[in-house]
Design a protein around this ligand. Structure first.
Ligand SMILES: [Zn+2]
Length: 292
């Protein structure tokens, strides 16, 4: 097969990271304009999704997992979730919960491996999932317990299982994380997503098609995805998309549905409906194209 004939991969995967209150949840949630979303919330941060139009909210299935250091359920439930069909209770976020089964409480049925490219699964966040994995590994240890070499190995193994399943998935994936500064051997500081050990975090990008950095500038949310945005901040996109160059509001649809965003060099697709000045990226024309 000629490379030019090879169909583009259907599923996209994106790692979205930055400090608190930089608009990560809402940016991911806006994908509901064009996709069904399964939003797995470990941060109790779904409130900002309520800003979305009601029509978009109807396409979001919210699954809240009540994860804490004394009840680290998220790592257990999520690893089961990415591997196969599960039934999760609302009260404990537990797969096949015996207590809730006895009480005949309502369960959420979820079959991630059966989902296709019309769905985006959002995991919010990798930070809490790492914390959950650590709490799970050190269960029963005293508060001042220091992680051993073995514990770090187990942490890497659990996160590797999670990320490898996402890599092989037929559905689209957004993983949200926070940022951390890591001092390198040459004393240079780099900004990377949080995920497992510092070494693991530095290599986390290889599991994703794109890595988007979120920050605030002059009270505005800013998003960056081009590989050469900054030498000390991890960003990049395999398809070379720079969402910071958007003529209008940045959107993950630029990465997930690049065909909706004609580049100046490429001929613009035939537009149906009314033409808007400044490109065809307004919400109406996006929806019009999706309806084709
Ligand atoms: Zn339960």
């Amino acid at each position: 097969m000629k490379l030019s004939q090879k169909p583009e991969a259907h599923a996209h995967s994106c790692l979205l990271y930055g400090a608190a209150k930089t608009g990560k949840t809402l940016l991911a949630g806006k994908l509901a304009e064009a996709y069904n979303l399964v939003y797995i919330d470990l941060e109790n941060g779904y409130e900002s999704l309520l800003q979305l139009p009601t029509e978009w909210q109807k396409r979001i299935e919210l699954i809240s997992l009540p994860d804490t250091s004394s009840y680290p359920i998220a790592i257990e439930t999520i690893l089961k979730m990415v591997k196969g069909k599960v039934s999760i209770c609302e009260a404990h976020g537990k797969v096949t919960c015996m207590i809730c089964r006895r009480e005949e409480a309502a369960m959420i049925e979820l079959d991630l491996p059966s989902l296709g490219p019309d769905t985006v699964v959002v995991f919010d966040s990798m930070t809490q999932l790492s914390a959950s994995a650590i709490a799970h590994i050190t269960k029963g240890e005293p508060d001042d317990y220091k992680l051993t070499f073995n514990d770090y190995g187990n942490l890497g193994r659990l996160l590797d299982i999670f990320l490898s399943h996402l890599q092989a998935a037929n559905y689209n994936v957004v993983v949200i994380s926070h940022e951390q500064a890591i001092e390198q051997e040459d004393k240079r500081t780099i900004i990377t997503p949080v995920g497992g050990t510092r070494n693991f975090s530095k290599n986390i990008a290889k599991f994703f098609g794109s890595v988007v950095y979120c920050t605030r500038k002059n009270r505005k949310h800013m998003f960056y995805s081009s590989t050469d945005f900054a030498t000390n901040i991890l960003t990049g996109s395999r398809t070379g998309i720079a969402i910071e160059n958007a003529a209008e509001e940045a959107s993950l649809l630029q990465i997930f549905k690049p065909e909706l965003y004609p580049t100046p060099d490429a001929p613009a697709p035939l537009s149906i409906g009314t033409k808007k000045k400044g490109g065809n990226t307004t919400a109406n024309s996006v929806l019009a194209k999706l309806a084709k």
